[in-house]
Design a protein around this ligand. Sequence first.
Ligand SMILES: Cc1cc2nc3c(=O)[nH]c(=O)nc-3n(C[C@H](O)[C@H](O)[C@H](O)COP(=O)(O)OP(=O)(O)OC[C@H]3O[C@@H](n4cnc5c(N)ncnc54)[C@H](O)[C@@H]3O)c2cc1C
Length: 376
Amino acid sequence: MQDEILILGGGVAGCAASIALARKGRVVRLIERETAPRHKVCGEFLSGEALEDLHALGIDVASLGAVPIDYVRLAAARRAAQAPLPFPAASLTRKALDTALLAEATAAGVHIEQGRSVRSLSRTTDNLWQATLDDGTVRQAPTAFLATGKHDLRGHSRPKDSEQWVAFKMYYRLAPSQSADLADASELMLFPGGYGGIQPVEDGVANLCWVVKGRYLASAGNRPEKLLEKMQQDCPHLDMRLKGAEALLAKPIAITHIPYGFVRRTTEEGLYCIGDQAAVIPSFTGDGISIALHTARCAASAYLLGESAPVFQAKLRTAMLPQMRLAEFAANGLNNSLARAVLPFCLRVWPGVMRVTARLTRVTQPATMAPQPVIN
Ligand SMILES: Cc1cc2nc3c(=O)[nH]c(=O)nc-3n(C[C@H](O)[C@H](O)[C@H](O)COP(=O)(O)OP(=O)(O)OC[C@H]3O[C@@H](n4cnc5c(N)ncnc54)[C@H](O)[C@@H]3O)c2cc1C
């Protein structure tokens, strides 16, 4: 079976690209391994850029129950400080967001195959991209968009993560006083082996998402519940937030081997790599969804304008590298014990630091790739 464009992965990037291409009359097939959207390890923070891109795609996050986020709070050791966010932001569960994106893709005419896993992606002798599915059947097209997020396809792997980061997510119903105190803030909490973020999502629920180095997890016996206890000891602010909280999932969901700092150098003719397959920014920036939407939009424009995939990928890399490196530098700073001790104090006396850091670590619209106008 041959299509015009194959999109591998139906998360944020894959859906966004498929919508943009189908709306321009292209015949698009999207293959997603899950039968329905499910919880993903993600802080679920939507930055201003992400909100703009979602609006342009026809997604009204407010009607889906997104919670406006107006403040960012930083907590380390026994100190906490807050600053207003310098851009509009919100939070929404990935289940709700991914469901809305898939519905929009269906409405745009994308042929969606859910519950089908791509086993491999190869090039045929007549220059088609061929996706072999879990049952051995194949799908072919001259162009493919690789959007499998954290998961690598055989033959298209990203370099291994040397720090061995492990990330977790858990939903809580906080005690009423803690919920009121968290209010419209996204809180970043620092501890010796990593960092975590907590923020409200829809239906009065709070999302706690944390990222730790493998050795910190090992020091907790590789057990998530022991790890949480250790984090609460190391970060009293987290301990306070979780007092009287009810965990809403049977256990935290987790992912490993996140290649933070990865920015794809090159690709093959006809293969556009987007989302986490293009670049993986440190999670504390809350910018991964925005990057997924942005790279999807740029790749769809490049394809429609006839720009080859290798040229697109190289331009994207050049445009993204400065902010990616800055975000990595900041992430290393968060893991420095001196920085952990003084940062909240600095912010209390100079909250502008927070605003500047938040601005600089955003991967903004690169000048080389003009943004599409926002559709009202
Ligand atoms: C701990 C943590 C916290 C984060 N917090 C935030 C945050 O608060 N805000 C933010 O903006 N970003 C955050 N991110 C980043 C964000 O989650 C990702 O950057 C974003 O989801 C990338 O989108 P994507 O479309 O590339 O991948 P995804 O959204 O993960 O989509 C990939 C899709 O491909 C599918 N797939 C995978 N393999 C196959 C296969 N073989 N065949 C078919 N389908 C396949 C998957 O099922 C999935 O649906 C966080 C990341 C982590 C790790």
